[in-house]
Design a protein around this ligand. Sequence first.
Ligand SMILES: Nc1ncnc2c1ncn2[C@@H]1O[C@H](COP(=O)(O)OP(=O)(O)OP(=O)(O)O)[C@@H](O)[C@H]1O
Length: 274
Amino acid sequence: MTPYSYKEPVLTLEGVSMSYNGELILRDIEAQVLDVVRPGMSQGQVVGFYGRSGIGKSVLCRIMAGLLMPSRGTVRVGAGQQAVVPGAVGFVQQRYPLFDHRTLFDNLLVAARRKHAPDAARQQVETYLERFCLTPHRQKYPAHLSGGQRQRAAIAQQLLCSDHLILLDEPFSGLDVAMIDEVKKIIVEVTTMDELNTVIIVSHDIVTTTALADRLWLLGYERDAAGQLLPGATINKEHQYNLAEMGLAWHENVEAEPEFGQFVEHIKEEIRKS
Ligand SMILES: Nc1ncnc2c1ncn2[C@@H]1O[C@H](COP(=O)(O)OP(=O)(O)OP(=O)(O)O)[C@@H](O)[C@H]1O
């Protein structure tokens, strides 16, 4: 088994609940991501986040990104475990919002300027363009980029202006198989770029996401002792999977392993039941 250990927390959800007009959507969520350490390498974290449609994944993402205040509870982020504020967590939404009237380079520069002085910001943008194979497209406007290029640009943009934590909402939907491979590579690249980089992937593509993840969260409903469904979805302890502990993290071609196939079936069944 790959040797690993854990250091300080990079994301903590403490008693997070959310109601809208008296309807409880999320109930008392307690979950934490720790900085994983693997000898001789810079290893970030990948959390796969699942749940049935309409259960509250987007609401929880907006709370984790600091864009929505929970009705109760707190979200702490980063090595300093500060309460999250808007901008601290990158959020790549399905529409990949970029400024249409700015070139790709300028879009990234606007993001980088939120964190860096002018010269350093330009340098950072050059680095990210290169890393994400976007250098040849630097002068193009968003409308002239392919779906995959926009996806990579949006991930680069969010990485440039946030502090290590990035949420990806359905990053594989609507992409062809070659593009899915490319986005997978980017996610691996992001999480090996910096020890503290943490990517949370919200996805209905269980196989692709589980293969990348070292941790999974499943948002579902719990039942009381009498078997009645409790209001509000939560991520209970049994639905917080540590794939490193299970020997299913960081393998190339993990999808081909029988244990992986069995685990994916188990997850699908849990999602159906929840
Ligand atoms: N501003 C709001 N006011 C009232 N209810 C809301 C609001 N935002 C979300 N909801 C409700 O919260 C619930 C969870 O919605 P959410 O968008 O988080 O689901 P989801 O798990 O992301 O779904 P999907 O996988 O289909 O995108 C839904 O019932 C939705 O109607």
